[in-house]
Structure formats: structure tokens, C-alpha cells
Design a protein around this ligand. Structure first.
Ligand code: GSH
Length: 305
């Protein structure tokens, strides 16, 4: 079947022939599994985080920092960067931690046997249950929190993989998908706006893993940090309750720390490539590392591992 407008011939069976040309096309492939042998590093703390500070990655850095801020010393973690643009997610060690080859992945080494956890929602749930924080124990409040957590897991792919992809990353500006996903993105912002008109936080009166999951995606766009120009394009300022909430979450000290964990781009003072200690936020952001003489900078990096 040939499309009369584009001339595209729809084959009977799809085959993988060449990268599509969009940003990140070189890391996309239609098969799973490892492409190369590479073990993951393991640090000294009970939790090992393998991630990157994308919205999905930020959730977990924020969660660890919130738990530590509450005094849970058992939530100490080492955070290692996974350079998805270089294909680190297809290394054999990472695939063992996450057979889906996507960041974030966590290995919980606090018990007798290491436990792998992948999918950011599952990681937040694991940590919330383990430390008894940011998730009500039972009843309607727990159901509400889990509903919003899973809302995020189901909705954000339309925001990121749909709207964000076609607005920012696709090789051309295609009107049809931009219209389709802008409509859905705005509908989702309206869902949040209505909820936040009645509630201080996403799932009610208390800050929860629903906020931790939703803020990096929706707050990121609201605060103009994701997909340059998307906040204006989607007229996000009209969602006044989302704006109020996005700014309030952004002001939390643990969020300020957690969102820069494994951040490899942007302002150097907001890049913490590896996190092994609370002092790293003060001492080992890239501006600090690069401000040192080269031999001292190497010493700082080596010492961090
Ligand atoms: N549903 C997953 C999505 C994870 C995901 O899509 N991660 C992206 C970065 S935000 C990734 O690792 N992409 C690399 C790739 O697709 O190869 C989660 O929430 O953990």
C-alpha cells in the first residue's frame, strides 16, 4: 500500500534497515540483550544506582536524597552514570540489572543476596516500602498514591516519547504527531492542574512517591527545563496549580540535590557525575572538579570510586 501524500510504501512485514535520523536514533534497535561485555562498578553503600539525570533517572536520585534527609542512614547509595548515548545500557552487567536496557536500575545490596530493581515506579515503591516513607501504609490514601504513581508510568511515555520526541528530537517537524501529542500533553497537564487545585500535593495533603515520580516530567516542562520552548508552546503558565506545585517541589533541598545526580550535561555546577557521599554535592560537582589543577582533579575523581 502506497501513501498518496508521502509516497511511503507500507511493507507487509517491517524490517530494520537504517537509523531513522532523529536524535538518539543510533541507540535504537529492535532487539534486546547485551551488545558487549562490561561489568557494573559496585561501591561501598547498601544501594547501587545506575542512572542518568533524565526525568526517569531524577526520580530515584530524589527519592534517595529525600530518604537520607529524613534520617534513614540505610538509604546511602553510590550512583554511577550510564551514558545511554554511548550504549552503556547494552553492557552485559547493566542488562543483568535491567533486561530492558533502560535507566534507572538499582541493586539493593542491603540483604544477604543482591536484589535488582528496574522500572522507576518499581524502584520508588521498593524504597518507599523498605523505609516506610512517602507512601501511606493502607486504605484510600495508599490507593490514591499508587494510582498517581501508575498514572505517571502510563502517561509520561505520551509526554516524552510522543510529544517530546516529535517536538524536539524527530528529524523533521511533522504536523500530525505534534498536534496529536500536544493535545494529549495538554490534557495531562489539565488532569494534574485540576488535582492540584484541590490538593497541596499530587495524592493529597502529603508529599509522596507520586510527586517524586511526576515532578521530573511535568515539573521539568513547567519550569522550562525540558524540550526547549515546550513550556511556551503548551502555554503551561495557564496551569496555575501545576506551576505552584512545580515551584514548591523544586525548592525542596533533597530535590535540588537528587535531580543533579548522574547529570552529565548543562551548567557544570549542576553536574554530579557520580555520587558516593553527601559531601559530593559540595565538593565534586563538575565546576569544582574542573576548577582544580588537572592532577588534583584526577585525584578527586579516583577518590570518589
Ligand atoms: N518505564 C521506564 C522508562 C525508562 C526509560 O525510558 N529510560 C530511558 C531514559 S529516560 C533510557 O534509558 N533510554 C535508553 C534507551 O532507550 O536505549 C522507567 O520508568 O524506568
Amino acid at each position: 500500500m502506497t501513501d498518496s501524500t508521502t509516497g511511503y510504501v507500507l511493507p507487509k512485514v517491517w524490517t530494520w534497515e537504517q537509523p531513522s535520523g532523529g536524535q538518539f536514533a543510533n541507540i535504537n534497535r529492535p532487539i534486546a540483550g547485551p551488545t558487549h561485555d562490561r561489568q557494573l562498578p559496585v561501591g561501598k553503600h547498601p544501594f547501587q544506582l545506575y542512572s542518568l539525570a533524565t526525568p526517569n533517572g531524577q526520580k530515584v536520585g530524589i527519592m534517595f536524597e529525600e530518604l537520607l534527609a529524613k534520617g534513614h542512614k540505610g538509604a546511602e547509595y553510590d550512583a554511577w552514570p550510564i551514558r545511554i548515548g554511548d550504549g552503556d545500557q547494552f553492557g552485559s552487567g547493566f542488562v543483568q540489572a535491567n533486561p530492558n536496557s533502560k535507566i534507572p536500575a538499582v541493586v539493593d545490596r542491603s540483604g544477604p543476596e543482591p536484589i535488582r530493581i528496574f522500572e522507576s515506579g518499581a524502584i520508588l515503591l521498593h524504597l518507599a516500602e523498605k523505609f516506610g516513607e512517602f507512601l501511606p501504609k493502607s486504605g484510600a490514601a495508599r490507593a490514591e498514591t499508587l494510582s498517581w504513581l501508575f498514572w505517571q508510568m502510563g502517561s509520561a511515555p505520551f509526554l516524552g516519547g510522543g510529544f517530546g520526541h516529535f517536538f524536539a528530537y524527530a528529524p523533521e517537524k511533522f504536523e500530525y504527531p505534534i498536534n496529536r501529542y500536544s493535545m494529549e500533553a495538554k490534557r495531562q497537564f489539565d488532569v494534574l492542574n485540576r488535582q492540584l487545585a484541590e490538593n497541596e500535593f499530587i495524592a493529597g495533603a502529603d508529599y509522596s512517591i507520586a510527586d517524586v515520580a511526576i515532578w521530573p516530567w511535568y515539573g521539568g516542562i513547567a519550569l522550562g527545563r525540558s524540550y526547549e520552548g515546550a513550556d511556551v508552546f503548551l502555554a503551561i503558565h495557564e496551569y496555575e496549580h501545576v506551576m505552584r506545585w512545580a515551584n514548591a517541589i523544586d525548592a525542596r533541598p533533597a530535590v535540588k540535590r537528587g535531580r543533579i545526580v548522574n547529570k552529565l550535561s548543562g551548567d557544570e555546577s549542576e553536574q554530579l557525575h557520580e555520587r558516593h557521599d553527601a559531601s559530593d554535592f559540595e565538593l565534586r560537582t563538575q565546576d569544582k572538579i574542573l576548577g582544580l589543577a588537572p592532577d588534583q582533579a584526577e585525584a578527586v575523581k579516583d577518590d570518589a570510586i
